[in-house]
Ligand binder design. Structure first.
Ligand code: BGC
Length: 727
């Protein structure tokens, strides 16, 4: 009884406290809005407009006499970019701007661990503040629609739920350090080819179900302070001046009160952009900043009565609001930040360690027992290549970057003979905005292959580090194929013939074709671009110090033509227009619905231990539309290594008035277990989240009837399914 009373008292106190905190927030917001109004009332039109366009590559002017500071922006979904000259794109040559470099977006998503996204956000926030930055441009959350998109590596997934969970955690953490995020690229920047001219068309349903949810969650749950409008057009209008996207959806539906900025040089007009809700112009390619669309032309437009001054005030208010939220007027109370701490480096390591996906491990060749091995061959350009400093706007001047070969030598070199061979050579040269440097019509270099075969023969075990580099996974151009470049297929074939104990490690941030190698080697580990600690993590994964626990955040097709956009011939579009005909069937939604067997499915990844998922049930059988399902199951580590399993909950709607994907991810959780340990997982799904977007009603719709819930550890490995009914 006493316990119940205590709980009641505690519960009541909790509600009271939450109520007080909420009231405090409302009061603070009120004070803030008054302060904003007062500041605006003291500004001249020229001063107002000076806040709405950059005064250099990454800064926006302040207004000294009103105590409004200059605004400092920096690139960086996975690190704070080195300082760039104010008025050109060259690096400023600072000696104190090397930073922590995390593995890029697809790797983060492959951890399926929002706690790591949160940890990353904290680190980035601290480093951004240390560098005195106010806005860190990212996260990049566009849907991975095609395996070829050059920026896939920066983005996260083909699945909106996985994106949403990672993005929200990242944003909350980063902004807690008094730095604003800029969620990008709003919207449908799903290819780099013709990115600054392509007009994207898709159904309203695809927009609502696939392309918007990540942004919606980032804004309504994550509370993102700024959003970056993409280069492309959407349904005929540039994203930076798109009434439907920017006024209707972003402002009205999502209630966004922050700043909508352009991508760099993505502004096209003054009046239309101003009226449709753009706030801030960045990166325009005109030397005199006064000539920018949101500079003198905006002043003129107001004077001529074409843009009401209230519209300008609205933009200035958005800018000031973000400044206040990030405590720019309260420097004493603001996060001071720190840089390159051991904790930051540990966070980068944790991501690389949890991101790696074990795709194949025949005969349990991995982990390698380095205590019993006398010699290994390390082969491949990616064994020694550093990647942090590539990919264009997301490139990082990392404080250091450990390559796989360096880590293997350091960790095992004292007792194991390490025989290195180059194996293949980088034959491409990168040129911004052009695909010419990266075709894979490469020569097979038999001299390098012969050398590699020789070291393979001399060694007990071989590790080939292959995959891509940032000539392929890069902003500004798309890959031309999914092939492994530089003759790697032939290299792997010949080496595996010479030594069957060959492990392949793929370093890449987007899908590549593995059909030429899966039958030739016993083990494949996908380790992504691993950031500054990538080499250490991969060495620890190979030796078993760390047990792989990553899962694919995208489907790995056998070949490009399996993939929806390519199967339907609508990538990269025709006549500068692309129609997303695959509609809602993106990624595994397509593969599963069309019963196409990919090379490796979405959500897939092996471990050095085994798990069982059992005892799957829901708390009820019949649900009302406002209710929440509790889907519970038991996960057990049935093997002999400590490890983690990602329990994935998919839902099907077998009888519906419209086509539904075969299944859709509706929940997941990463569970860490010691050998023999058992945990119960409770995944909650709102019935409302089972809805489809009903184009006839222009609303979300859950049709009454049966739904099937599937629990498993990939979209294609379902342990059990349970039927529920919605009234
Ligand atoms: C990219 C953005 C980036 C900006 C600034 C653009 O080219 O698309 O993602 O933040 O440049 O570097």
């Amino acid at each position: 009884m006493k316990k119940i009373v205590r709980q009641l008292v505690l519960g009541f106190t909790g509600i009271m406290m939450a109520g007080i905190a909420n009231a405090q927030l409302v009061a603070n917001d009120k004070i803030q809005e008054e302060k904003i109004r007062s500041l605006i009332s003291q500004m001249t039109l020229e001063e107002k407009v000076s806040l709405l366009h950059a005064n250099s590559k990454f800064y926006v002017s302040g207004i000294k006499r009103l105590g409004i500071p200059e605004w400092a922006l920096s690139d960086g979904p996975h690190g704070v970019r080195a300082e760039i000259n104010r008025h050109d794109w060259a690096y400023a040559g600072w000696t104190n701007d090397s930073s922590t470099c995390f593995p890029p977006g697809t790797a983060l998503a492959a951890t399926w661990n929002p706690k790591l996204a949160y940890e990353r956000g904290i680190v980035l926030g601290e480093e951004a503040r240390f560098r005195k930055k106010d806005i860190l441009l990212g996260p990049g959350i566009n849907i991975i629609r095609s395996p070829l998109c050059g920026r896939n590596f920066e983005y996260m997934s083909e699945d909106p739920l996985l994106i949403s969970r990672m993005s929200v955690a990242y944003i909350k953490a980063l902004q807690s350090k008094d730095v604003a995020v800029s969620v990008k690229h709003w919207l449908a920047n799903n290819q780099e080819e013709h990115r600054d001219s392509i007009d994207v068309h898709m159904s309203e349903r695809a927009l609502r179900e696939i392309y918007l949810p990540g942004f919606k969650a980032s804004i309504t749950e994550g509370g993102a302070y700024t959003v970056m409008a993409a280069y492309n057009k959407f349904r005929g209008d540039w994203c930076s001046e798109n009434e439907y996207l920017n006024r209707e959806i972003l402002r009205k539906e999502f209630g966004f009160k922050g700043v909508l900025m352009t991508d760099w040089a993505a502004a096209h007009t003054t009046i239309k952009a101003a009226l449709t809700g753009l706030d801030l112009e960045m990166g325009t390619d005109k030397k005199d900043y006064n000539d920018w669309y949101f500079a003198n032309p905006l002043i003129r437009a107001v004077e001529e009565g074409k843009v009401p001054v209230a519209v300008v005030d609205e933009k200035v208010a958005n800018v000031l609001r973000v400044m206040m939220k990030t405590k720019m007027f309260d420097e004493d109370k603001r996060e001071k930040g720190k840089m390159n701490t051991p904790e930051h480096q540990q966070a980068a390591y944790n991501d690389a360690a949890e991101a790696a996906v074990l795709l194949q491990n025949n005969g349990n060749i991995l982990p390698l027992n380095f205590n019993n091995i006398k010699s290994i061959a390390v082969i491949g350009d990616n064994a020694t290549r550093r990647h942090c400093n590539g990919g264009l706007s997301s490139e990082i001047k990392a404080l250091y970057e450990i390559t796989p070969l360096e880590a293997i030598r350091k960790k095992f070199g004292a007792t194991v003979k390490i025989n290195f061979a180059q194996g293949y050579e980088k034959q491409s040269t990168f040129k911004e905005g052009s695909n010419t440097g990266q075709t894979s019509s490469d020569k097979v270099d038999w001299k390098l292959i012969d050398e590699a075969v020789e070291v393979a023969k001399e060694s007990e075990v071989v590790i080939i580090f292959g995959g891509l580099n940032h000539d392929f996974d890069t902003e500004s151009s798309d890959k031309q194929s999914m092939d492994l470049p530089y003759g790697q297929d032939v290299l792997i074939r010949e080496v595996a013939k010479a030594n069957p104990n060959t492990v392949v490690v793929i370093i890449a941030g987007s899908p590549v074709k593995l059909s030429g190698i899966v039958h030739r080697v016993p083990a494949i580990l996908w380790s992504w671009f691993g950031g500054m600690e990538g080499g250490n993590a991969v060495a620890d994964l190979l030796s078993g110090k760390i047990n792989p626990s990553g899962k694919l955040p995208f489907t790995l097709p056998v070949s490009l033509d399996q993939s929806p956009a390519h199967a339907l011939g609508n990538f990269p579009g025709r006549n500068l227009s692309v129609n997303y005909e695959e509609d809602i069937l993106v990624g595994y939604r397509w593969f599963d619905t069309k019963k196409i067997v990919p090379q490796f499915p979405f959500g897939f990844g092996l471990s050095y231990t085994d798990f069982s998922i059992s005892n799957f049930y829901t708390d009820k059988i019949n649900y009302g539309k406002g209710e929440t399902i509790h889907a519970k199951c038991t996960v057990k580590n049935t093997g002999s290594h400590y490890g983690a399993e990602v329990v994935q909950l998919y839902v099907s709607d077998p009888a519906c008035s419209v086509l539904r994907p075969e299944k859709e991810l509706k929940g997941f959780e990463k569970i860490f277990l010691h050998p023999g340990e058992v945990k119960t997982v409770d995944l909650m799904v709102k019935i409302a989240d089972l809805a489809f977007y009903d184009e006839t009603k222009k609303a979300w719709n859950v049709e009454a009837g049966d739904f099937v819930l599937h629990i498993g550890n990939s979209s294609r490995n379902i342990s059990k399914s349970v039927k529920i009914s919605v009234k």
